[in-house]
Structure formats: C-alpha cells, structure tokens
Design a protein around this ligand. Sequence first.
Ligand code: SAM
Length: 379
Amino acid sequence: MYSVSGYREMIADRIRSAAYLESLRQTVRADSIVVEIGSGLGLFAIEAARLGARQVFAIEPANVIQISREIARVAGVADRITFIQELSTAVELPERADVIVSDLRGLLPLFQQLIPSIIDARERLLKPGGVLIPDIDTLWAGPVEDPDQYRRVSSWDDLAEGVDFASARRVVANTWWKGRVRPESFLSTPQSWATLDYKKITEPDVQGKLEFVVNRNAQMHGWALWFDTNLHGKVGFSNHAALPELIYGNAFFPLIAPVDLMEGDRITFRFRADLVDDDYVFCWDTQIVGPDCENKADYRQSSFFGNPISATQLIKQASNFVPALSEVGKVDRRILELMDSHRTIEEIAAIVFAEFPTTMVTKQKARNQVSKLSREYAR
Ligand SMILES: C[S@@+](CC[C@H](N)C(=O)[O-])C[C@H]1O[C@@H](n2cnc3c(N)ncnc32)[C@H](O)[C@@H]1O
C-alpha cells in the first residue's frame, strides 16, 4: 500500500513518467479505448483522455482513487474517465481496450500479482492486436564487489562479544534489498537472464542461468539485479547502474560469505523466482570455479530462509495438514454467514457478541470485526 507521497515520487521520476507519456502519445488515437491498471493518482489515465481517447477506464483498488477522481475533474477530463475501485482481475468492462497501460512493478517486475494481472488483462480486457504498455521487461544481473552493501550481512560477525549471531546473519544473507551499485563494482559485464514479453507470457514463475568470467582480482559480495523496459517501440528506460537512478533502483542479493576472486575465474549464476501466494520466493545459486577447476564457492540461497517461520506455521501450510477452525475463525465464519443483505453491521455485531462472549469481549470489538469483514467482503 503506497502513501500519497509515494505516488507523488513515482510521478516525480521524470525519466519514467516521460517515457510512459511518450508511449501513450504514440499509441492513443482519437476514439481509442484505454485501460490503466493500477492508476494511482491517475496521471496516465488523464493523459490518455487528453490525447483524445473516447473512453478511459482507470482501475485502482486503493483509496487513492478518490483523489485521482478529483484531479481528473480539475483537469477537465472526468467525463471520459471511468474510475473503478477494484483489482483489474475482478473487473468486467463493456468493451475491450485498444491500449492497456500499467506500472505494477516494485523494485523488479517480479512483484506480487503483476504477471497474473497482465495475463488476465491481456486475455479478457484487450482487443485482439491491442497494445500493452509495457511491452517487454528484461531482467539483468551482474556479480559485484561492494563491501558497503555487504556490511548489512558482515556487521553481525562482531556484534556482541561472546554471543554468536550466526543464525541472524544467515537470515540476512538470504534477504535481498534495494541498493544502488556503482558501475565500477561489476566484476564481469552484466547479462540479461530473463525476458518478460507481456504479449506472450503465460506463467508468473521465471528462471535463468548465466555464466560469467571474472575480469579482475577482487572480492565478490553479491549480485546486482535490475530491469530495463521497452514500453512501446523504442520508448523505454533502464535501471543500469551507469545510468541516472530511477525510482526502482537496483536489487542487491548478497552471498553467504564474500569470495576472493582472480581474473579468469568462472561464475555460474542460477536464479529462480516463484510466485507463492501473493509474493515471490527468490532462489539464487552461485558457483565459482578457479583456473584449475577447483570449487571456490557453491552457495544456494533463498528468500525463503530470509523469512524465519515457525515449525507450527509451516505444518499448518502442509498439503496433508487437516485444519480445524480456531475460535476467531468461528467468529469470522458466523459474521460472514450473517452478511446476507438483511442485517446491519450493528445487528450482526449484537448477534456475534451474544454468541461468542469469550472471544468478542466487548460490543465494540464485535463491531470492529464486522466492519473489517464488511470492508473486505461486502458488495
Ligand atoms: C506502482 S503503482 C503505479 C501508480 C501509477 N500508475 C503510476 O505509475 O504513477 C501501482 C498501483 O497498482 C495498483 N494495483 C496493483 N495490482 C493491481 C491490479 N491487479 N488491478 C488494479 N490495480 C492494481 C496498486 O494499488 C498501486 O496503486
């Protein structure tokens, strides 16, 4: 969930915004139907309307949509923009779009439901031959020497005398973060490891393998990952470290431990991104081989280990687990049953307060829970 200032920062990234606006100028015609998925403050929807689109559908589940309605009204284009507060995957439109524009990325395009949402929009909301913006995102990786970034891992080594924090260090070494790398940090020329062609993509899981030859004697601390985009035709932008920094930045994936490298060493990089529930689990394997084929490192890392989870929680997710509803679950089930178009929130709260006095200890607690489920599930 972004703050209003967060949406402002996206628009304030001039390189990103200019590229998106140019791609709209190249694709929106008088009479176009345009859909913006994840419209935020509505800049791209407003631009599409200004370019003459007959109808624009601005789809955004977050409350920021209320502000974008007002901005569109002040811009004088509200009559041609239909704002829909929903996830695009839950929306039916009266007609299919000529252009669908979105920026659902996080630091990388491998973010939450971006790929399933674009696949769904392409299949259900886009005319045959219609334009998707972005068109293609390309994922890049390069091995880097970056002791400053790596402090986040190595600082656990001497944290407190007499206490070994190796378990905490291991968690952090299996975590990735936003970190700007310097172009001179690369130990070999970066390469692209996957291409997301939104016209064709059918699966959210992505993987790639790269081979690098080290170009100087140095220490390796991790991997820098980023993406380039082709929004439409030749219009796009890149998050390469040598270019001006954009809002997305670079992702830094640390090694378990730094490795001393010699020029000519060979590094094999394997990367997997698997969408699990609502977000990705990333796995990055690093194998480093010296001149006589001796193994210098063979690390297998995963963001799964960067998220400590108790055995109890894991067992509850196993496919052979037989779940039973907790007391809180029973209350929620009852509230959902009672949301049958006949009772007010106050009436439902009174019933569950009477039926579950040990869980719903006050009427206010019952009211809050009913309101919460109403916000989430009521029509
Ligand atoms: C990175 S912001 C982009 C905002 C604005 N389009 C811009 O580029 O300045 C992504 C927005 O997409 C919304 N979003 C994510 N998935 C969505 C979906 N499937 N349908 C509609 N909106 C979605 C989020 O709530 C968020 O506001």
